[in-house]
Design a protein around this ligand. Structure first.
Ligand SMILES: Cc1cc2nc3c(=O)[nH]c(=O)nc-3n(C[C@H](O)[C@H](O)[C@H](O)COP(=O)(O)O)c2cc1C
Length: 239
């Protein structure tokens, strides 16, 4: 698969079939993803992959908490700043509108929205789940490294005919995840990832992106960026 096609066909898939994902494929993807870059090559990701019985058990335990209306564990990091400023606030609202609008659920119907969101803790029916932890002593640049690594995993999954969705939602029930995985105490759960074959009967439209000039600035003319009348130094030196 062409890299552009992998990037364009990756999207957050939230409905999977029960078809199993083989260990061989998962190993191939994760071995290749290990080539993702990281500052000074420290490779700050700690990954757990669940299939079979452990996955079923985790879903059962998380499902019990969801059914009991459990609000979740004390958070170890903030998913979003409490006051999300413009333009992020508007983009987040547009996402909620598209996702729940497509399912015919209004903004006021919080109960149905909660039920839909609860699918997170069932891995949206996927037959494989991945958890990514990071050492709590590491900083923002290393969290960014982990993001690049996870995107690499998701693109490689496309080559294998698989889909995925990242899930910060799993951090809400991080203690239940830890019961099943027993990670070392120095690790923080960043997110989960559902991995599997898309259930094409439940396909959602892919959400759009901001126009290029909202997020990218090409800087190819110095004069255009200097205060009017100021001569670039290299020019004044040579006249
Ligand atoms: C770090 C991260 C965490 C996410 N957590 C969740 C989540 O908990 N549940 C969910 O349904 N989607 C989650 N998503 C998916 C985003 O909503 C999705 O990537 C975004 O809306 C863009 O859509 P696309 O991935 O289909 O292009 C997450 C994405 C990222 C990058």
């Amino acid at each position: 698969m062409d890299v552009y096609e992998a990037v364009r066909s990756r999207r957050a898939v939230r409905a999977f079939t029960a078809e199993p994902v083989s260990r061989e494929v998962l190993e191939r993807v994760l071995s290749a993803a290990a080539w993702a870059p990281s500052g000074s090559n420290i490779q700050p990701w700690h990954v757990y992959v669940l299939t079979g019985e452990p996955l079923v058990e985790l879903k059962r335990r998380a499902g019990e908490r969801v059914a009991a209306g459990d609000p979740g564990d004390e958070r170890e990091y903030e998913m979003y700043p409490s006051a999300l400023k413009s333009p992020y606030h508007e983009r987040r609202s547009a996402f909620g509108k598209q996702r729940y609008g497509a399912l015919g659920v209004s903004r006021e119907d919080q109960e149905t929205r909660r039920k839909i969101a609860a699918q997170n803790w069932n891995f949206f029916g996927a037959s494989a789940g991945l958890f990514c932890y990071i050492d709590r002593d590491l900083g923002l640049p290393q969290w960014a490294d982990v993001g690049g690594y996870l995107q690499t995993v998701m693109l490689l999954l496309r080559e294998e005919g698989l889909h995925s969705v990242l899930q910060m939602a799993w951090s809400v029930y991080r203690k239940t995840v830890a019961e099943v995985l027993s990670p070392p105490g120095e690790l923080i759960l960043y997110c989960g990832m559902s991995i599997g074959f898309e259930d094409v009967k439940v396909r959602e439209d892919h959400i759009g992106r901001a126009p290029l000039d909202e997020t990218v600035t090409f800087v190819d003319s110095l004069a255009a960026r200097l205060p009017q009348g100021e001569v670039p130094k290299w020019q004044s030196d040579h006249t």
